[in-house]
Ligand binder design. Sequence first.
Ligand SMILES: NC(=O)c1ccc[n+]([C@@H]2O[C@H](COP(=O)([O-])OP(=O)(O)OC[C@H]3O[C@@H](n4cnc5c(N)ncnc54)[C@H](OP(=O)(O)O)[C@@H]3O)[C@@H](O)[C@H]2O)c1
Length: 347
Amino acid sequence: MSYGRAKNLMRAIVQDRYGPPAEVLRLRDIETPTVGDGEVLVRVRASCVHADVWHEVTGRPWVLRLMGGGFSRPKNPVPGTDVAGVVEAVGKSVTEFKPGDAVFGETHAELEWRNGGAYAEYVSVPEDTLALKPSEVSFEEAAAVPASGFIALLNLRGSARLEAGKSVLVNGAGGGVGSIAVQLGKAHGARVTGVDRGDKLEMIRSLGADHVIDYTQEDFTRRGERYDLILDVASNLSLTACKSSLTSEGVYLVIGHDHFGKAKGRVLGSVPRMLGLLVLSTFVRHLPTSQGEPASTKKAAMALLAELLEAGKLTPVIDRTYPLDEVPDAMLFLESGRACGRIIVVP
Ligand SMILES: NC(=O)c1ccc[n+]([C@@H]2O[C@H](COP(=O)([O-])OP(=O)(O)OC[C@H]3O[C@@H](n4cnc5c(N)ncnc54)[C@H](OP(=O)(O)O)[C@@H]3O)[C@@H](O)[C@H]2O)c1
């Protein structure tokens, strides 16, 4: 007689309610997901811990619960939105992948604020959110890229924001989105300045940034330099503060970082600010009129990210890796802001 786990059970991190990660996340045996039509069942080899997962686990700001996550409790109890792994099974209409393929991607087809199920041994994901993993890239490195890469691409690729010779400043260049934005800028031939805390500057330089600035030592808006694009990933700046640092057609683009609840309100977070900027963009030329091009689908983004990884133009930086049962510790480390590179979870 075997006392092992039943065959259709898998280990997963689950939450029955929103709250601080250490209080609400538990390792449990749950049913392995089935693969739907158009879906791919992936045996997870690595996933990533990032700011959006923090929002989905804590349910903060509250308004995000109305955007698909579940009002009083998470509809999907298993967090995690990035996955790298091996295809276990495919739905009947899937044409691009087969069992045994090494893949990476996101678990959501659209921009969604809800748990994605990746902190588990298996996850079932839409075919269109995956790409084949380049063989020279590890599962851990591949898992570091999808969600932050998609956000960076969505914001940077539209409206020819990254033409060769353009001057781009990335505020928060040492974080998940910023470190990819720096590399996308360089891949497109832009001159890139990265701003972040001093201990991350060496890493930012190693990603190709032409100039780096320690925000604890210097306010770049007082330097007299002008940029074609200021990408405010840290989201602590304002258009008023940045205006004198923009070229006449320069664009100020803010992502909307809440700094794990420290920066904005519990109920609405950065939503009012983002809506305000969208309204203002009709009248102010330095603000983008949309947050990206409609053509930036996840499928297209994943294909491009895979290409850049394969060509060595995108190098994921990993700070540390945690086993599945230590996801709460991984999220505490994320909240501390001390990570220099991505935080990876390995089941
Ligand atoms: N990463 C993803 O996969 C992902 C996906 C979708 C959306 N997003 C959204 O994108 C936003 C950014 O996420 P992220 O993962 O890039 O966050 P992150 O990893 O926390 O990066 C933010 C960076 O900004 C730095 N920073 C803090 N204060 C700063 C200041 N005053 N000036 C300049 N830099 C400063 C932080 O460093 P210190 O704190 O050490 O100073 C950190 O390196 C969030 O709103 C997130 O919800 C992220």
